[in-house]
Ligand binder design. Structure first.
Ligand code: NAP
Length: 262
């Protein structure tokens, strides 16, 4: 009863398995997978030495990783038919609630919803987790922490978390691209502009962590009266930068909720 079984072995499952095996927190011999697409089975068994199986009798964790539009009712019925009642069912499907899963699974299983982060290979990034009353955080902690960090949330916060945190790297990638373009626009070669932006990004995060100061305090230290930095910030404020970013996050949260109801 120590196996992790994945139903659906798509992109997200591969990212989870790859990260966990590479960092030593998951063992290939404890992982079984099934997928209606045989090419996914071939790819994952060959690349990560996990096992293809349709038996759930030894599964401690059963991870549902099909897409929202796939036949979840059939997947749930197949779990009911095959898994021991104490098996913990983990769904990574965005928008499907614990109550809905519990109904489909006959009201007997410990169930967790996980919104996995997409930075799995790095060890950075928070996954969002909500639990039903039959499961404790310690029951699934090793698994969730094998592909990043974890935030335990109320279910009503999960859409907010998805639009803000899971979509989060997109905002950063876009910021990096835009700032690099600014360096090129001003006259630096792209390779140097890229190097500067990445170094400043990592260094700024490190400064915040080490100093424990608020970003506004570091801005204050860096911006002398009538100085270069203050002139730059003035234009950024004129550009609606902060409100634009905040509207973007709110739109992503709204879209998450819409998708859950479609
Ligand atoms: N938090 C995040 O950032 C994040 C990111 C990605 C995904 N997700 C969630 O993770 C889930 C999977 O996404 P994904 O991108 O990994 O999708 P994906 O690559 O399409 O993987 C889903 C796999 O499940 C297979 N499948 C469908 N129905 C099945 C069934 N009844 N039994 C067994 N296998 C079945 C599909 O096969 P076919 O292709 O042949 O149908 C496909 O190979 C989604 O629900 C999504 O909401 C979260």
């Amino acid at each position: 009863m120590n196996k992790i079984h994945f139903i659906g072995a798509g992109q997200m499952v591969e990212a989870i398995i790859r990260a966990g095996i590479n960092n030593g927190k998951l063992q290939a011999e404890n992982i079984t997978i099934e997928d209606i697409d045989p090419t996914r089975i071939t790819r994952l068994t060959e690349k990560y030495a996990v096992t293809a199986s349709t038996s759930l009798s030894n599964a401690r964790l059963v991870v549902i990783a099909v897409r929202p539009q796939d036949n979840l009712t059939a997947v749930a019925k197949s779990i009911l038919d095959r898994a021991p009642a104490e098996a913990i069912v983990i769904s990574i499907i965005a928008g499907v609630t614990l109550a809905h899963l519990d109904t489909l699974l006959g009201g007997r299983h410990p169930i967790a919803r996980i919104i996995p982060n997409t930075l799995t290979d790095t060890g950075y990034g928070f996954s969002g987790v909500v639990l039903n009353e039959r499961v404790k955080a310690t029951d699934i902690q090793d698994f969730v922490e094998s592909f990043g960090k974890v935030l335990y949330l109320d279910e009503r916060q999960l859409d907010i978390f998805t639009g803000f945190a899971i979509a989060g790297p997109n905002y950063i990638y876009y910021f990096i691209e835009s700032l690099t373009d600014a360096g090129v626009l001003a006259g630096l070669p792209r390779s140097q502009a890229t190097a500067v932006v990445l170094e400043n990004l990592v260094g700024a995060v490190e400064m915040l962590k080490r100093s424990q100061l608020h970003p506004r305090q570091l801005l204050d230290i860096n911006n002398s009266p009538a100085g270069v930095g203050m002139h730059g910030l003035y234009e950024l404020n004129n550009s609606d930068f902060a409100a634009g970013l905040q509207r973007s996050v709110l739109a992503a949260v709204k879209r998450t909720t819409q998708l859950a109801n479609e």
